[in-house]
Design a protein around this ligand. Structure first.
Ligand code: ADP
Length: 188
């Protein structure tokens, strides 16, 4: 099973992917986390400049780390993408990469949360890029570059909208339903 988590900053993609990881037993690939983990490398230092300003890291950098990660054996039976793709070119690169490896994408979970709730969640989190200016910029980038991916995946019939404004437990129930429905529609 291969799943993309789509949604604005603070929607709970990471939290839900972490829960789904034990349910599905597939790895959780967070590009934000991978970039933060590479902070001591030249690539990571380059990325950090964009991240602290709330801007997206260039597509080629992000696609490059995903290409490498997908080669790991634990991704053979599936994985969850959290925070990737974030632009149409990244989605196109992912499509190419997955089809070259005969790895179908099964489901895109679009987490919906009202923007006022998101700002409260992010301000409470306190990561270095959770300053008000950086948060503003991340929303701007989200609307401009990432939101169009909803239509991109809707047109393929693999998009499921999830109301993610409820408690993490409730949201996870919605996600489990969507995943279970996909599993049963995929099985012969
Ligand atoms: P959030 O979802 O709260 O914004 P992430 O950890 O997913 O947090 O991302 C943090 C930052 O990492 C982003 O603001 C961006 O600078 C960078 N980043 C993560 N994933 C991508 C991506 N797919 N493309 C470009 N930049 C990314």
């Amino acid at each position: 099973m291969r799943i993309v988590f789509l949604g604005p900053p603070g929607a709970g993609k990471g939290t839900q992917a972490q829960r789904l990881k034990s349910y599905l037993d597939v790895p959780h690939l967070s590009t934000g986390e991978m970039l933060r983990d590479s902070a001591d490398t030249p690539l990571g230092r380059r990325a950090a400049q964009y991240m602290s300003a709330g801007q997206l890291v260039p597509d080629d950098v992000v696609v490059g780390i995903v290409v490498e990660r997908l080669k790991d054996g634990d991704c053979a039976n599936g994985c969850m993408f959290d925070g990737f793709p974030r632009t149409v070119p990244q989605a196109e690169a992912l499509d190419r990469l997955l089809s070259e490896n005969s790895m179908p994408l099964d489901l895109v979970l679009a987490l919906d949360v009202p923007e006022t709730d998101l700002i409260a969640r992010l301000s409470a989190r306190g990561r270095p890029d959770d300053t008000l200016d950086a948060i503003d910029e991340r929303f701007r980038q989200y609307h401009m570059l990432t939101k169009p991916l909803t239509d991109y995946y809707r047109s393929r019939g693999i998009l499921r909208q999830i109301d993610a404004s409820a408690s993490p437990e409730k949201v996870f129930e919605h996600i489990q339903h969507a995943v279970d429905a996909t599993v049963s529609s995929n099985s012969p």
